[in-house]
Design a protein. Structure first.
Ligand code: ARG
Length: 462
């Protein structure tokens, strides 16, 4: 039997393989609620403009709401033979109300229909992700405020560089996630135009009111070009790009947590709630959640690359290739949501080992720059000369296997006779961080102020 929605010119139904490659209902059923919202807005407009009769519109609306209830309750029988969510809903509509159901698809195509559905889905998902990222920022900023003055090593090249504070390090991520939120908001602002009424590709001869459907669905305006309306997936790509960057940030934080939680570093302990054991090695506490956050960034970034590749060769307007936009997007955005939840839990629960962090902060001659800066400030040496003198003192300390602060004044004076005992004041890690008062620097006073500023912005007056 040929397809009852579009099979007029067909004699036989599709091959089983054709049905399998063509059907999207197994995944696009996720769009059901948005599909029904789109149809409700469309049918109300069709009645208001006199394109269809009020009685038909009322019957259609009522049945659509009933169908929404069936789907919510899990009572809806999805059929692969009906290809996708649009035709599944319309077919059920026909069963419920008979021939009037056939009027819903007036002045509309599945091409503009799916574009609306997907925009509504992406928009709602951005809103959920935004509040999840906000929750993570709050968790980070609250920890940062508590540990504004807790000294830890700062690294470049993964080598000890200069002491920073734990709070400062956490606030670096608050900044990153703030940019992620603003990228999602940018994408949201641009996607909020309604493609409904573009129909298949050319618009329609019916006197539709596109502004009305746009308004009813919470869009700022209708899209301006019908070809673009049905062939554009920029809104998905931009959202996946924002998601990929956020996932990359999460992955970097996960990587740091994994390193910090090793016995070798011992900078922090993850809670039992976010650790796992080994089936063979009883001593193990594995940071699996952090590893999975790091790992899942792969599939999120993969979804962006996948869709860019799907889109890049497509002539205008719609081609069925575009049905491949959904699974990767659903998977990527759901993965991101899960990663955000896991990371927020890990951050809230983790307990830093402040003594270990502080001890590590002093290792590796991390106050060498402070010494060089002191030579410049107190002795008026050019920085390059100060750098050289400090380098020689570092070499001496390394040779003796002691810290810079353990060298005697005499040993220092052998290298530079004008050095005096005041130098010892800048060699401690606390002094080092306290001196970094430049805007954006790691001085505990700055960090505390920044943590408070963020908590204020995040609605958590501290
Ligand atoms: N399931 C399709 C998709 O996701 C809906 C649009 C179908 N349009 C068409 N002309 N066959 O892209």
């Amino acid at each position: 039997m040929s397809n009852k929605m579009w099979g007029g010119r067909f004699e036989s139904g599709p091959d089983a393989v054709m049905e399998e490659i063509n059907a999207s209902i197994d995944f696009d059923r996720k769009l059901a609620d948005y599909d029904i919202s789109g149809s409700l807005a469309h049918v109300a407009m069709l009645a208001k403009t006199g394109i269809i009769a009020e009685v038909d519109a009322a019957a259609i609306s009522e049945a659509l709401i009933e169908i929404r209830g069936e789907i919510e309750k899990g009572d809806f029988g999805f059929s692969r033979a009906l290809e996708d969510i649009h035709m599944n809903v319309e077919s059920r509509l026909a069963t419920l109300i008979g021939p009037a159901a056939g009027r819903l698809h007036t002045a509309r195509s599945r091409n503009d229909q799916v574009a609306v559905d997907f925009r509504l889905y992406v928009r709602a998902t951005i809103d959920t992700l935004d509040s999840q990222i906000e929750a993570l920022q709050i968790a980070l900023a609250e920890k940062a405020l508590v540990h504004a003055g807790a000294v830890m090593p700062g690294f470049t090249h993964m080598q000890p560089a200069q002491p920073v504070t734990f709070g400062h390090h956490l606030l670096a991520y608050v900044e990153m996630f703030g940019r992620d939120r603003s990228r999602f908001q940018d994408a949201r602002a641009r996607l909020n135009e309604c493609p409904l009424g573009a129909a298949a590709l050319a618009g329609t001869s019916f006197p539709i009111d596109r502004a009305a459907t746009a308004r009813a669905l919470g869009f700022d305006r209708p899209t301006a070009n019908s070809l673009d309306s049905v062939s554009d997936r920029d809104f998905v790509l931009e959202t996946l790009a924002a998601a990929s960057i956020a996932a990359m940030h999460l992955s970097r934080l996960a990587e740091e947590i994994i390193i910090w939680a090793t016995p070798q570093f011992g900078f922090l302990r993850l809670s039992d709630r976010f650790s796992t054991g080994s089936s063979i090695m009883p001593q193990k506490r594995n940071p699996d959640a952090a590893e999975l956050v790091r790992g899942k960034s792969g599939r999120i970034i993969g979804a962006l690359a996948g869709l860019l590749i799907v889109m890049k060769g497509l002539p205008l307007a719609y081609s069925k290739d575009m049905q491949e936009d959904k699974e990767g997007t659903f998977d990527a955005l759901e993965s991101l949501s899960l990663c955000l939840a896991a990371m927020t839990g890990m951050v809230r629960d983790c307990v830093p080992d402040l003594a270990r962090m502080k001890a590590a902060a002093g290792a590796g001659f991390s106050t060498a720059t402070d010494l060089a800066d002191w030579l410049v400030r107190s002795l008026g040496m050019p920085f390059r000369d100060a750098h050289h003198v400090t380098g020689r003192l570092v070499a001496l300390a390394a040779e003796k296997s002691v810290g810079l602060e353990d060298l005697s004044l005499a040993e220092m004076q052998a290298e530079e006779p004008r050095i005096n005992k005041d130098v010892f004041a800048v060699l401690g890690v606390e002094n080092s961080v306290a001196s970094r008062t430049s805007y954006g620097g790691t001085a505990p006073m700055n960090v505390e102020a920044q943590a408070r500023r963020w908590l204020g912005l995040l609605g958590r007056e501290a």
